[in-house]
Design a protein around this ligand. Structure first.
Ligand SMILES: [Zn+2]
Length: 313
């Protein structure tokens, strides 16, 4: 198993979903009790359990499983995982709770958007209502004097998106609010499938910067120690992608043309796109769905775009 210590109380587990490393992470915060942030999809729950064993976490000591959102790559495994965690509560946004109790609609939407990638993630199992904690802004999840994590509402990637901030370790669990970090290339790609709201996402990033975190923990994948700088750069990247999408929509370019224009104009990713294409999950999510999110937003909000991307022009 691939687990690693990040800071005093904080650990990462590489879930190796579908045998792929550096794709989806769970994080483990150890105090008197334990918090798990993100479960990953149902197909890799055996790997998460092996990681917990490696970290010597007693399953009965897990107090909370905190989800940033309910997309199957983040929380799809929670129903399965709970069968092994007798005392854990699941922390979820009120809009997500209904889909954890009955995941049928979530699963059919996942199959529609992700196709065979959804099959690889696996079908989610339901979560009993009695195990749910409905998250609200600033709700504190405390498992010791040294591990107190709070809920930060963070809409943008999804309307029900949450982040979590643990002050003692200076760690922000961003879910998909800060993009996907690809450690092998030391670069970030937007995680912006439709319906993506650029304005809302930029406001959320301002809010995350104000927390002044040190460690940024990405669900895809891994952690960096210059959190504020990364969050600020992600804002610039979002503005750049929006400006190129806006130009393309104005010129009636096809989706393919806009895609190529974005990839060639973004210096963060220009030289790695051809390698990223080799990964079928990244190809579908980061190279297709993320661009579509910007194009759809630009088409619907054409007049508003320039004021949102003005800082890069
Ligand atoms: Zn994701």
């Amino acid at each position: 198993m691939h687990t690693k210590q990040i800071s005093q109380n904080l650990f990462i587990v590489d879930l190796q979903t579908g045998g792929l490393q550096n794709l989806i992470a769970s994080y483990v915060l150890k105090g008197d009790k334990t918090i798990i942030v993100e479960t990953g999809p149902s197909s890799s729950i055996p790997n998460l359990l092996a990681g917990l064993e490696e970290l010597e976490v007693r399953l009965e000591d897990v107090a909370y499983v905190a989800l940033t959102h309910i997309h199957v790559d983040h929380g799809g495994g929670v129903g399965t995982l709970l069968k092994s965690l007798p005392n854990a509560k699941v922390v979820v946004h009120p809009k997500g709770a209904v889909h954890l109790k009955n995941p049928a609609k979530l699963w059919s939407a996942s199959l529609e958007v992700l196709g065979e990638v959804a099959e690889m993630f696996g079908k989610p199992e339901p979560v009993p209502e009695s195990r749910l904690v409905i998250a609200e802004e600033n709700l504190e999840l405390k498992v010791s004097n040294h591990v107190k994590m709070k809920v930060v509402e963070a809409p943008g990637h999804a309307s029900h998106n949450l982040c979590y901030y643990e002050k003692n370790n200076g760690a922000l669990f961003a879910g998909d609010s800060a993009g996907a970090y690809l450690p092998e290339f030391n670069t970030v790609f937007p995680t912006t499938p439709p319906p993506f709201h650029v304005d809302v996402a930029l406001t959320t990033l301002d809010k995350l910067v104000r927390l002044n975190p040190e460690i940024l923990c990405y669900s895809h994948f891994g952690f960096v120690f210059n959190a504020v700088e990364q969050l600020r750069d992600y804002q610039l990247q979002i503005r750049l992608w929006l400006s190129v999408a806006y130009e393309g929509v104005n010129k009636n370019q096809s989706l393919g043309e806009i895609k190529e224009a974005i990839f060639s104009r973004d210096p963060r990713i220009r030289s790695v796109v051809s390698q990223v294409r080799q990964n079928k999950v990244h190809q579908k999510t980061l190279l297709e769905n993320s661009v579509q999110g910007f194009v759809d937003f630009a088409r619907k909000n054409l007049a508003n775009c320039p004021k949102l991307f003005k800082t890069v022009l």
